[in-house]
Ligand binder design. Structure first.
Ligand code: UDP
Ligand code: MG
Length: 314
């Protein structure tokens, strides 16, 4: 029987923790009594430097309930880092870890399906939302636009998957090899490879407390996603430079014709032609510099260059 860790990042979640703890404990207990997971399985709450009583509650639950473990981060490091801290802690004890949000927006009834796929040999199971009916039109629109934009930039994301996922021990070990500081887990996990599958679920509304992802954090998270996975924006600058340089030739022709037909003020032709040409050349040069920066950026990341999934040996 496998040891499963449910990893739950919490930031100022005192409003939801009592209910979350109750529901997760019930669920884990029933999984243990069914014999589908080991009694050594745990619920691991990660307190992401909360300012309210979140950690006090976690300490209390840990005292009362053997299934509850807790990790406390010294500072608020954001959802992705808190999640990584929890997963790395779980990796030491668990055969697989499942990450989910503290507000139980991710339906915990599908945990059985995650575990079934894990038993079938999947190393990574992605929880995918069936629809976005519970989101505001704005959140739905921006989120879907983001997935499409990332696809254009060549980043491999699982559509409508957030951070509800199961990872096996060896997938977690692989994750530990990605040493980047700007974390965008849903971009990194597909890079790990290994056998994976999907579980579909309905996402509920947050039952108490408020979202810890205001618009500002969402935008910076999305930008992180783009700039941590793609150097295409740098290529776009280069291409823009080339296009403007070519256009500047037409600009020059136009300026010359105006000059020859005496429609131009003296000196205008030279100014307009140089503005266009220089603008184009500058962008092109920035693009070339960007090309090198893009290479440095990829080298500095020092991501693993390959991963052996199977090794056949007599
Ligand atoms: N979270 C965190 N650190 C932060 C912000 C959020 O650990 O700085 C946790 C939060 O407690 C929750 C999860 O990340 O468990 C998702 O946050 P939230 O539900 O507020 O986001 P939303 O569902 O609104 O996108
Ligand atoms: Mg939420």
């Amino acid at each position: 029987m496998s040891i499963v860790y449910l990893v739950v990042p919490c930031y100022n979640e005192e409003a939801v923790l009592p209910e979350t703890c109750k529901q997760l404990t019930e669920k884990l207990r029933s999984l243990i009594t069914q014999g589908s997971v080991s009694p050594e399985s745990r619920i691991l709450f990660v307190d992401d430097g909360s300012k309210d009583h979140t950690w006090k509650l976690i300490e209390q639950y840990h005292q009362e309930n053997t299934l509850i473990s807790g990790v406390k981060l010294a500072h608020n490091r954001g959802h992705q880092n808190a999640l990584l801290a929890g997963l790395m802690a779980a990796k030491e004890y668990a055969d697989c870890a499942i990450s989910l949000d503290a507000d139980l927006q991710d339906d915990i009834q599908v945990l059985d399906e995650f575990l079934e796929k894990f038993r079938d040999g999947c190393d990574i199971v992605y929880g995918v939302r069936k629809n976005r009916d519970t989101d505001s039109a704005f959140k739905r629109g921006t989120a879907q636009g983001f997935y499409k934009f990332m696809k254009v930039l060549g980043v491999d994301l699982v559509y409508n998957h957030a951070d509800y996922r199961l990872m096996s021990k060896r997938a977690l070990e692989a994750l530990a090899e990605y040493r980047e500081t700007n974390l965008f887990l849903r971009g990194i996990v597909p890079l790990i490879g290994y056998r994976h599958d999907y579980v579909y679920y309905d996402r509920q509304e947050r039952f108490a407390g408020e979202s810890k992802y205001p618009l500002k954090k969402m935008i910076s998270f999305a930008l992180d996603g783009v700039t941590s996975f793609s150097v295409k924006p740098l290529k776009i600058i280069s291409n823009l430079g080339i296009i403007i340089s070519i256009l500047s030739v037409f600009g020059l022709l136009y300026a010359l014709i105006s000059y020859l037909t005496n429609q131009a003020v003296a000196g205008w032709t030279a100014i307009i032609a140089s503005i266009w040409l220089l603008g184009g050349i500058q962008l092109l040069c920035i693009g070339v510099v960007g090309g090198y920066i893009g290479k440095i950026y990829n080298e500095v990341k020092a991501r693993p260059r390959f991963r052996i999934e199977e090794f056949l040996k007599k």
